[in-house]
Design a binder for this molecule. Sequence first.
Ligand code: GDP
Ligand code: IMO
Ligand code: MG
Length: 429
Amino acid sequence: MKTVAVVGSQWGDEGKGKVIDFLATQADVVIRGQGGNNAGHTLVVDGKKFALRLIPSGILNPNTINVIGNGIVFDPKGFFEEIEMLESNGICTKNIKISDRAHIVFPYHKELDGLAEEARGDNKIGTTKKGIGPCYMDKTERSGIRVCDLMNKEVFAKKLKLQIEAKNKIVTGVYEKEAMFDFDEVYNEFIVYAEKMRPYVDDTTVIVYDAIRAGKKVLFEGAQGTLLDLDLGTYPFVTSSHPISGGFAVGAGVGPNMIKDVVGIVKAYTTRVGEGPFVTELFDETGDRIRTQGHEFGTVTGRARRCGWFDAVIVKYAARVNGLTSISFMLLDVLTGFDKIKICTAYKMGDKIINNFPASLEDLAKCEPVYEELDGWHEDITKVENFDDLPENAKKYVARIEELIDVNIDLVSVGPNRTQTIIRKNIFA
Ligand code: GDP
Ligand code: IMO
Ligand code: MG
């Protein structure tokens, strides 16, 4: 079996898009199984940049089938904007399949996302306001509208009517605003999307199953990251889906035993966008310097990402809850030029040393990082092709992290371009 799940091991934006694009040159199928267009995956090929949100990152490879799985919350408007962007760049978008079981994001989900954030005040999550949480709420409440419903005019009209009524009641009753959703407006907009979507819609569980059974190479593309997982992340400052490897069994509709390897995408330092705890966050010049050197601004929202040193506690946790079999170590070039580089090896809470990531945010707030310091390097590493050619101190940094996490670092990324990738072991081998 040649199946690989690629998961974010921190708070998202680790460089998953780059790795998927790189691996997709060998993959037959790439599938996204959770989240929606809250994701922003950047691909850079020959200096040309593509930001993908909903469409899987295998799309630049004309031979790869790109699947939007059943666990996705699907925003048709965003999808067709992405299709247009790709086509205007001469990219073929025929090889896309959309699950008939995926849930649809409607304008009322986006509006309710914004209203809920506003109501949270100082406790806001800092969501992307793409309607992700409210759409998953409808799904778990069992009132959501799925792609297969949208494909049937009568079913769609019936379900939408109920939803428009229910959402207007929330807007007027809970938020004390005027009713703002109009059935005809939403129906007429979405019925146009329905016809445009029809050629892409399929039972994607069959496509993925058949590909795996035929011995094809299948990549599961994670979105977000382990610490944003609804169960295992820094709840409630998380997303509403399961970005961990286990999420793929449900979100792609395959048995867990059909996922052979799990590659953790790990940034050489730590970033977070949105609110919530972040033990190694830097509020000083060093943090600003990492942000500037790493161009750490959100792909979706443009927000400045919070930056800090590498946190081995969270990556060890990610290695455990995802069952990581390999690590791709990203953005190493961003750390070039620092005299000293710090690694957080544990947390200190009062006089207690904490090695396992705590559940309680109150406990986390009391945690201080325990740092060890390594010497940095000053040489430009963005053109290095072989691991042995990296500066000694860069190699020592990678080796120390490998030792702390106890998972092999098989890929090291030294720049955003597809080619700026050092391979130590072929991930599909
Ligand atoms: P994703 O959400 O995990 O796919 O990551 P994003 O695309 O949101 O953020 C990663 C950013 O880092 C993007 O701007 C990438 O182009 C960029 N990137 C990826 N790998 C590297 C690298 O090794 N070095 C540098 N300098 N940038 C990288
Ligand atoms: P990729 O796939 C980083 C964060 C938001 C917010 C929280 C909840 O590019 O790594 P949501 O809109 O999902 O309800 O927001 O999750 N978030 C991400 N942060 N990368 C992402 O995706 C993210 N997707 C959501 O900033 O804190
Ligand atoms: Mg991103």
